[in-house]
Write a protein that binds this ligand. Sequence first.
Ligand SMILES: NC(=O)c1ccc[n+]([C@@H]2O[C@H](COP(=O)([O-])OP(=O)(O)OC[C@H]3O[C@@H](n4cnc5c(N)ncnc54)[C@H](O)[C@@H]3O)[C@@H](O)[C@H]2O)c1
Length: 388
Amino acid sequence: MKDVRIGLIGTGGMGKAHATAFKNVPLVFGNEPARPVLEIVADLDAAAVEKWAGEFGFNRWTTDWREVVADPQVDIVDITTPNHLHAEMAIAAAEAGKHIYCEKPLALTAVSAAAIVEAVEKAGVITIVGFNYFKNPAQALAKQLIEEGELGEITLFRGIFDQDFLADPHIPFSWRLDRKLAGTGALGDLGSHTIGLAHFLLGDIVEVCGLMSTVIKERAVPLGGSGYAAKAGEDAPMRAVENEDITECLVRFANGAIGTIGTSRVGMGRKLGLDYEIQGTKGSLYYTQERMNELKLYRHTDPEREKGYKTIYTGPEHGDYGVFFGLAGIGLGYNDQKIIEAHDLITAVALNQPAYPDVRFAYGVDKVIDAIELSARERRWVAVSEFD
Ligand SMILES: NC(=O)c1ccc[n+]([C@@H]2O[C@H](COP(=O)([O-])OP(=O)(O)OC[C@H]3O[C@@H](n4cnc5c(N)ncnc54)[C@H](O)[C@@H]3O)[C@@H](O)[C@H]2O)c1
């Protein structure tokens, strides 16, 4: 057994999810081929990060992320900070020879993502980007069914990612609404997952025609805090929202399929509405993240009297489900996807092999995001290759 030592940057929502995942990797997957060690964590507030480091069992803490990157004890730099910091941190990590775990979207623009890819490939370090939703065993099954031709030739992909965490106009301003800190709005935050899932399942999107809308044009400036739970005072000043609440987009895939991708952060009633339908010449698949342990399959070859979608409950036959439970239908949760993702990275680093999805994959997603934004701005179809 080998130790792979983690240097985490950021202790917000995703910092907690990553630290929890690393702690659980040996409990779920065992100690081979390596065991993650929570070596050092960085965030801005000394008292808060010291307390957090103690609670999660990190050996050391700091308020300077550069110490994490330069630390000879660290094997993997794990970046869970707001989007605008990913590029600087990832490039510094690659230049220091560290392997990288980075949250999505990889960067604010495809140009910036390309700079990360260049630094990573020059350094020869191993990377994984947090497109955790396709670590769900249900997606491993979906991919298998598609690759085995169960759906025939794929004709249509309709994917959405809607949440309503910003539907209430009284929810205050946060970094997610600041163009310089977040990049696009719903598209980069949520839609990046749908684009990633579409690329994982069907291959690349090559052409897009997008439309964007900002529904709530200004929000109150909060008293403090950056996360989902931030609050603003009664007479707080208002600040203009700088990116979109909703994106809708027509897409064309390299394999000839067409489709739509839609995303909203003000989608009333949708809590984790990452849904898709994939139609082919022989059958279809339907999935919603709100029922993440189920995949619906329609086979047109079924006898006439039995035709209809059937529900497959995920089980040990599918992806990494079997390391959690020996029986189907018990069900995994969001954090289990992160445990699988963290385990994939630890394994790749221990065995010195590529991890998936890496920064080059994430660069492909960022190119689609830029193409959609340009298309919406200029009201025209845009080829993703414009961002190569
Ligand atoms: N994969 C997913 O399902 C998923 C879900 C949510 C967020 N994300 C991504 O994770 C990233 C973080 O999102 P979040 O919701 O955790 O945000 P958050 O606001 O909850 O946490 C960000 C943390 O980074 C810290 N930070 C900011 N600047 C720093 C610096 N210079 N040095 C050290 N720490 C610094 C903040 O203090 C905060 O603790 C974003 O890129 C987001 O898109 C991914």
